[in-house]
Design a protein around this ligand. Structure first.
Ligand code: ATP
Length: 860
């Protein structure tokens, strides 16, 4: 426990929190007071009641301010072992100074507390406050006094490096007053390897672990170094101008990250950046800048070089300090020639403006402060603004965590409606408003291990900036740890699992069926959609539980999703492909049927198309047939009515008119009365008879009789049989030998239509009988000419025409069917590319129509 040399105040007095002053930005009037060296008991605490409350609700280990003149009640400060895992830790490093142990700064290494005596404001109205000095107690997680560089590394960074090599990102932020040793701690003393800093030692350790783990994992390291100054970012590895304008998921956009092959390479990069930075700023020593080093770690599987196990990063940030002394802000401080630019600006010009009111136009004198655009004061203000912005973000993060907890409680109580409002509170932390905050945004992701290395310079002249640094550290400690509270195994790397583990898990969890390829064939579109929806749900849930802090953190997961999605896509494609194959078969069958019609002598387009339509779309055929039936019925009714009317008008002696519709073989007299039920077959004959084809009603024409046989197309396996459509049998009438010859010659040399006509007259085709007939080729010419089909050559007996006899061609044997099927397969495979296109299109529409694309899919 620290003891006061004063002895008057052994315990810190507790004071009202509201009375705590806060000096966020050094304003010109504050400078005046600084000049007179009258220090207020400046205490860095929360600024508004909500912030104060949030600070107050934190666990005691955070050392929240407990009263005026105190940073914390030391009694409440817990040992660092009680520190929640993942919470930012503050480690204080005291710069060696003869002033340590004076009555101003006291360090108690045992309790890890720093006690700072702050003189009372003797101008205060409160008589009590004039009597005793105040004490500020700062409980740290660790205190380093007279520690070596190696000790500092071990305490601050060793654990961070180890965790980073396991996938947990880390960050070390060095803050403190001027010349307090920030650069010394992080970078070391240039030219003295013995005094190398934390970064160099971290690099050493990285390579050490890499060597140790080379059997399990192949690590790759990269380094990027930037400088942030007055809302501008410069790449220190390229040493160009301030040209980085934005910050992305993996840090500043366009930052050059060089892969580090060995330790010497990494140290060389560091040295190069530091020397370059020094050279750039040597002209203007008053310039203040923050330096950030990003050390990237990529873990790769040694067996599969494409498989990235995890990304990780250690960020080292040196936060610039604002000049504390008024003398530092004088233009002469920089050593550069005196210029109006480098000192406090001239009095702001007064701008005359006029403004209109109802009463008239009035001149207005409005002062316009152009601000400090350059010089030490401008630098100082810029630095303080950056620090202040970071602090505000810390406080906001803390507040947000409280709100989350509050809404979780509401949800527990069943007030989900109100709890759903929480979305409003989860939209970022305004890190974009400040470049430094944006570069260090990982501090808020809830997964990064954070260490604040607070440097204290135990001199009275630097008291104010030391206190400011303490305030920063205090607020950084408010940043919530892992939101689940406790687990040190962090994400950023797919919850510590490797990609293939995740993928395997996903597939086995959501689609065990899919693992068995034999089941793929049986997947229907509905099932596929179900699986996809399940996958989407799985990922949505997973995302909810994954604490998405940045897009980068979930990129790995999306990679996995993409793999799974493609997998499902392939399966869906298979199903669609099958469907397309069937469609294609059907189309080919239709084509073949059309050819058969042609062979049968019916070259009437209308009828052929009708036949094709029947095969391709059975439903429409059925519908059409129904319609025709209804129409016929209607016609019949109408005719019968007409007949009745005519009958009534006719004298009874007049004989009934009988429609002798057809004659010859199988011909039946068609009675117009309809009462005789001349038969459906007869009606059908009439309806299906193509126009222009001589039929039963053309008695006495060339004597051609048309009869019907079963359809010539046998359905596919598993397909319902197509509606039986009668095919007209063309029975040639008896003809003379001259005519016979004429027909034969037509088949041989005449144009196709004539040949077909002759063929029709000469032969009777009752159906091909093969399963999948295709376009036939007329080969005939000799007696008994033939029609070539895939199943073989169908004889066309010309003799039958002469005698009027019929011979049915039967080609329905098993071998022929097999041959036809083989032929079809061949045709399908030749059309495979086309089918694939169709399938792809179908799959695309399916996917579009079936699965609602979740919003977060737009992330990739
Ligand atoms: N713990 C320490 N042990 C020994 N020397 C130290 C220690 N801390 C700082 N110093 C010395 O103080 C000097 C200034 O330190 P350094 O430049 O690191 O301060 P700084 O905080 O980075 O300053 P600035 O804010 O100006 O960048 C260094 O040359 C270093 O030798």
């Amino acid at each position: 426990m620290a003891t006061s040399t004063d002895g008057n105040a052994p315990n810190p007095p507790s004071v009202e929190r509201d009375s705590i002053a806060q000096p966020p930005v050094l304003a010109p009037d504050n400078l005046e007071r600084e000049g007179s060296r009258q220090l207020n008991p400046v205490v860095p605490v929360a600024q508004n009641p909500s912030q104060t409350e949030s600070a107050n609700n934190e666990p005691p280990t955070t050392g929240t301010p407990a009263g005026e003149g105190t940073l914390a009640d030391t009694g409440a400060a817990g040992p660092p072992s009680q520190q929640k895992s993942g919470k930012p830790q503050v480690i204080v490093r005291i710069r060696p100074s003869p002033n340590v142990g004076n009555n101003l700064f006291e360090v108690d290494v045992e309790t890890k507390t720093i006690q700072i005596r702050v003189d009372r404001d003797h101008k205060s109205q409160d008589p009590k406050s004039r009597l005793h000095p105040s004490f500020i107690y700062f409980p740290a997680d660790n205190v380093l006094e007279n520690s070596s560089q190696d000790d500092t590394f071990n305490v601050v960074a060793s654990e961070i490096v180890e965790k980073a090599m396991q996938g947990t990102p880390g960050m070390i932020v060095a803050v403190g007053p001027e010349v307090s040793g920030k650069t010394f701690s992080l970078f070391g003393l240039s030219g003295r390897y013995r005094n190398r800093g934390i970064i160099a030692r971290s690099l050493e350790k990285l390579f050490e672990i890499k060597d140790r783990k080379k059997e399990e994992t192949d690590f790759k390291f990269g380094i990027g170094i930037i400088e942030v100054r007055r809302e501008k970012i410069r790449d220190l590895l390229t040493l160009g101008p301030y040209e980085i304008n934005d910050v992305g998921d993996r840090g500043p956009k366009g930052m050059y990250i060089e892969e580090v092959d060995c330790l010497e390479h990494g140290l060389g990069l560091l040295l190069r950046a530091l020397i370059g930075q020094k050279l750039i700023h040597q002209e203007a020593a008053f310039e203040r800048f923050h330096t950030i080093v990003y050390m990237d770690i990529v873990a790769i599987s040694p067996t599969a070089p494409d498989l990235i196990q995890f990304y990780s990063r250690i960020t080292f940030a040196e936060i610039a300090s604002a000049p504390d002394q008024k003398s530092d802000l004088e233009p002469s401080f920089s050593g550069t020639p005196m210029s109006t630019d480098n000192c406090a600006p001239p009095p702001p010009p007064k701008i005359e403006t006029k403004f209109k009111t109802k009463q008239g136009i009035f001149p207005s004198r409005r002062c316009c402060n152009p601000g400090y655009t350059s010089g030490p004061l401008a630098e100082s203000i810029a630095v303080r603004r950056d620090i202040f912005a970071l602090e505000q973000i810390f406080l906001k993060a803390n507040e947000m965590q409280k709100i989350k907890k509050y809404f979780a409680k509401l949800e527990e109580l069943g007030l989900a409606m109100i709890a759903s409002e929480k979305r409003r509170y989860t939209t970022g932390h305004n890190v974009r408003q400040n470049k430094l905050a944006h570069c260090l945004k990982d501090i808020l992701d809830g997964v990064t291990e954070i260490r604040i290395l607070l440097h204290v310079r135990p001199d009275k002249a630097y008291l104010r900036s030391s206190l400011e640094a303490m305030r920063f550290a205090e607020r950084a400690r408010l940043v919530p740890a892992n939101l689940d509270g406790g687990s040190t195994k962090r994400v950023g790397t797919g919850l510590g699992r490797t990609e293939d583990q995740i993928l395997h898990e996903v597939i086995t969890n959501i689609a065990p069926d899919l693992m068995n390829s034999s089941n793929v064939e049986n997947l229907t579109n509905e099932k596929m959609k179900g699986i996809q929806e399940q996958a989407v749900r799985y990922f949505e849930n997973n995302i909810d539980s994954m604490k998405i802090c940045s897009k980068e953190k979930v990129k790995l997961m999306f990679e996995n999703f993409r793999v799974l999605w493609n997998f499902l896509w392939e399966l869906e494609l298979n199903v669609s492909l099958r469907k397309a194959q069937e469609d294609m078969k059907l189309a080919l069958a239709a084509q073949a049927s059309s050819a058969a019609w042609t062979v049968a002598g019916d070259d009437d387009d209308g009828l052929r198309n009708q036949s094709n339509a029947n095969l391709v779309n059975k439903k429409s055929t059925m519908r059409r047939m129904k319609k025709e039936k209804a129409k016929k019925k209607k016609d019949k009714k109408r005719e019968s009515m007409e007949f009745k009317v005519a009958e009534e008008k006719r004298p009874s002696t007049q004989p009934n008119v009988e429609g002798q519709a057809s004659s010859g073989e199988g011909g039946e007299a068609r009675k117009l009365s309809g009462s005789g039920g001349s038969g459906k077959g007869e009606e059908k004959k009439r309806s299906l008879q193509p126009p222009g084809v001589p039929g039963q009603e053309q008695e006495g024409g060339d004597g051609i009789q048309v009869t019907f046989s079963a359809t010539n197309v046998v359905p596919f396996e598993g397909e319902p049989p197509p509606p039986t459509e009668p095919i007209p049998q063309v029975v040639a009438p008896p003809s003379t030998p001259g005519e016979e010859q004429k027909r034969e010659s037509s088949v041989l040399g005449a144009p196709r239509s004539q040949a077909i006509l002759v063929e029709r007259q000469a032969s009777t085709v009752k159906g091909i009988g093969g399963s999948l007939p295709v376009t036939p080729v007329i080969q005939g010419g000799e007696e008994g000419g033939a029609v070539a089909t895939p199943s073989g050559v169908l004889p066309t007996d010309s003799s039958v025409g002469g005698e009027g006899a019929q011979e049915e061609v039967k080609v329905s044997s098993e071998e022929e069917r097999a041959a036809l099927a083989a032929k079809l397969e061949q045709q399908i495979s030749s059309n495979f590319e086309e089918m694939k296109k169709i399938a792809r299109r179908q799959a695309f529409h399916l996917l579009r129509a079936g699965v609602k694309r979740p919003q977060w899919m737009s992330l990739f």
